[in-house]
Design a protein around this ligand. Structure first.
Ligand code: URA
Length: 208
């Protein structure tokens, strides 16, 4: 699988195991989502462009670096919301643009219900955030929206993926790298990832 990057980091593996545990309560669950997201974003942004930047230290002039491109964080509502804060703490200048999609019960296709993107793109790198890459329908539709908006450099950051979701993204958007904590066994008949962690939205927001 090219362009698929399951994290090899021991901290990620440790934290995802705690996240999966059904005994983990909402507060801890949210902390873990925040921490894992930051670790994954650190890996996902390793190839960002930098430009030289001259500064004065208290002792001398030196040439350092600064990020060249404006970054957008695109949480898919609602589960993606919990991924924003940890990543934002690493890149506080990032813009956050929310995308809301739901699955039509009849057609099973994602339907857009929230999108306030301005006409012209205001960022040149986008990190699409969704903790669960299940069927891949929402992720594919979100990347479609961002490409239509005019963004070329798009990365997906998710915590747990099903092979079905990975395939859907690779078929539709092979240019978009997938940065994941784990790829699980399968999707069950109700659309849940197995072994997974249950409903990521309910577990974050205490609504389950
Ligand atoms: N969304 C979730 O929250 N959990 C899954 O297992 C699949 C989709």
């Amino acid at each position: 699988m090219s362009n698929v990057f399951p994290s090899q980091h021991p901290l990620v593996a440790h934290k995802v195991t705690r996240l999966r545990n059904k005994e983990t309560k909402s507060k801890k669950f949210r902390e873990l989502v925040r921490e894992i997201s930051a670790l994954l974003a650190y890996e996902a942004t390793a190839d960002l462009d930098i430009a030289p930047r001259e500064i004065e230290t208290p002792l001398a002039t030196t040439t350092g670096a600064e990020l060249k491109q404006p970054i957008g964080l695109i949480p898919i509502l609602r589960s993606g919301l919990g991924m924003v804060e940890g990543i934002w703490s690493l890149m506080p200048a990032a813009q956050v643009w929310h995308i809301g999609l739901y699955r039509d019960e009849r057609t099973l296709q994602p339907v857009e219900y929230y999108n306030k993107l301005p006409l012209e793109p205001t960022v040149s790198v986008c990190l699409v955030l969704d903790p669960m890459l299940a069927t891949g329908g929402s992720a594919v539709a979100t990347v479609d929206i961002l490409k239509k908006w005019g963004v070329v450099n798009i990365k997906f950051v998710g915590i747990i993926a099903a092979p079905e979701g990975v395939k859907a993204m690779q078929d539709a958007h092979p240019d978009v790298p997938l940065h994941l904590a784990a790829i699980d066994d399968h999707l069950n008949g109700d659309g849940y990832i197995v072994p997974g962690l249950g409903d990521a939205g309910d577990r974050q927001f205490g609504t389950g």
